[in-house]
Design a protein around this ligand. Structure first.
Ligand SMILES: [Cu+2]
Length: 65
């Protein structure tokens, strides 16, 4: 499934990597595309939206619905 998350708080490249890593820890085959300027995180994963969202939140970022 493809998901689009609006993620607040990614201020630098390190944040992008942290979000990306958190998602890949759940799903090693997940495809993660991040557009930091647009606060956009696009994920193609077999995990559910809820689980992915929680991983981003646990990393310290805010997911806006
Ligand atoms: Cu950062």
């Amino acid at each position: 499934m493809k998901y689009n998350f609006n993620v607040q708080g990614m201020s630098c490249e390190h944040c992008e990597k942290a979000v990306s890593r958190a998602i890949r820890q759940l799903d090693r085959s997940a495809d993660v595309q991040i557009d930091r300027a647009a606060n956009k995180v696009e994920v193609d994963s077999s995990e559910s939206a809820e689980v992915l969202k929680q991983a981003i939140v646990d990393e310290g970022y805010t997911v806006v619905d």
